[in-house]
Design a protein around this ligand. Structure first.
Ligand code: SF4
Length: 352
């Protein structure tokens, strides 16, 4: 497989590269993961590029959960693939993603396979049933992962696999079942048990609640939070704001490939609430809030409008929005919602 190409940040995003966390954003102690100006674009036929992620920037500390939220197609899963070194050969990356001193964007495939996937980053997949091998029992898959990641050999491997299942609350009397014999919740626990075996400092959960009913969503995210404990960090990629509210310490909202708001979960879900009009719209679309959908549709990443990509859907647009707003004081918007009065005045001035 052709490895992705790594570029300077300027050549991808055209933006200066900040060395420090974004001003105003929460700065966790001792980051496990430090992402700086991470960009991913895909080289297409005819010298065309699709910018899937531009200038992502955040820190994630031990014991913390960062929820990366946004609608489908906003670039969240591309960012996850970049962190795991699973981008296709036509991808070009820029910036850095430091995990325990290793830059995940420039590490070679052998390093990623030998020391990152499973060992430094445990992946809780989007669809556990599809992630499990259908023709092997859960016990056999757990034992193989224990052997590979910990070097444990017979006869101790059986006991270690059972201990891994127990950590994820997977029942011992289901260990000899095949994936198709498991309920959605048990398949999720089997996948979580596999993700925990390498004792990775970073758990990456990519849409871990897709297709689960609400009770199971709550149980799944509570278990993920429990596994974070005091020696792991959790990056949860999700479109499910209710799940994020339940366990996140920080929230990063992504729109059209950019992080447009980075905030503590407390401020985001409580007071003062989201400041970016898109982030506020996402929250207000929840049935338990205003149940008001955001008008319009997100843009195609290959056909982004000039300036702020949210402008065609935004009620606060002014002429200033013809320029892409930088992420300042944790929000990338020329007229953050809590400054609604000045925004309305600016809007009036534009119309006049
Ligand atoms: S006010 Fe302008 S910059 Fe802010 S979200 Fe709306 S269009 Fe974008």
């Amino acid at each position: 497989m052709t490895p992705p190409k790594h570029l300077t940040s300027e050549s991808v995003s055209g933006a200066p590269v900040p060395d420090e966390p974004v001003s105003g954003a929460p700065v966790p102690d001792e980051p496990v993961l430090s992402v700086r100006d991470l960009s991913v674009r895909f080289r297409m036929r005819g010298q065309r590029y699709i910018a899937a992620v531009t200038g992502a920037h955040f820190d994630l500390a031990v014991g913390q959960c960062l929820a990366l939220v946004g609608e489908s197609g906003c670039g969240k899963s591309v960012l996850a693939s970049a962190l795991l070194g699973l981008l296709p050969g036509n991808a070009e990356t820029a910036g850095s993603a430091l995990l325990d001193g290793l830059d995940l964007l420039t590490a070679d495939e052998a390093t990623l396979a030998r020391t990152v996937r499973g060992r430094r980053v445990g992946l809780v997949p989007q669809s556990p049933a599809a992630h499990l091998t259908p023709v092997r029992t859960v016990r056999s898959q757990l034992e193989e992962t224990v052997r590979e990641l910990t070097g444990t050999r017979k006869p101790a491997v059986r006991q270690a696999a059972e201990a891994a299942a127990e950590r994820a609350a997977f029942p011992a009397d289901h260990l000899d079942r095949y994936p198709h014999e498991l309920s959605g919740g048990l398949a999720q626990r089997a996948a979580t048990a596999l993700a925990l075996i390498g004792d990775a400092p970073l758990l990456l959960a990519d849409e871990p609640t897709t297709g689960l009913d609400r009770d199971l969503v709550e149980r799944t995210v509570d278990e993920l939070k429990r596994h974070t404990g005091d020696h792991r960090a959790l990056l949860m990629i999700t479109h499910d704001l209710a799940a994020a509210e339940r366990i996140a310490d920080q929230v990063a909202v992504m729109y059209a490939g950019r992080i447009v708001e980075l905030s503590s979960a407390e401020a985001f879900f409580g007071e003062p609430g989201p400041r970016h009009p898109y982030a506020r719209g996402l929250l207000n679309a929840l049935p338990e809030r205003e149940f008001t959908p955001i008008p319009g549709m997100p843009p195609e990443l290959g056909a982004l409008p000039e300036g702020c990509a949210f402008a065609p859907r935004c009620a606060y647009t002014t002429s200033a929005c013809a320029h892409i707003p930088p992420l300042n004081a944790s929000v990338a918007c020329h007229h953050p919602v809590l400054d609604a009065a000045p925004a309305a005045a600016a809007q009036e001035a534009t119309r006049a």
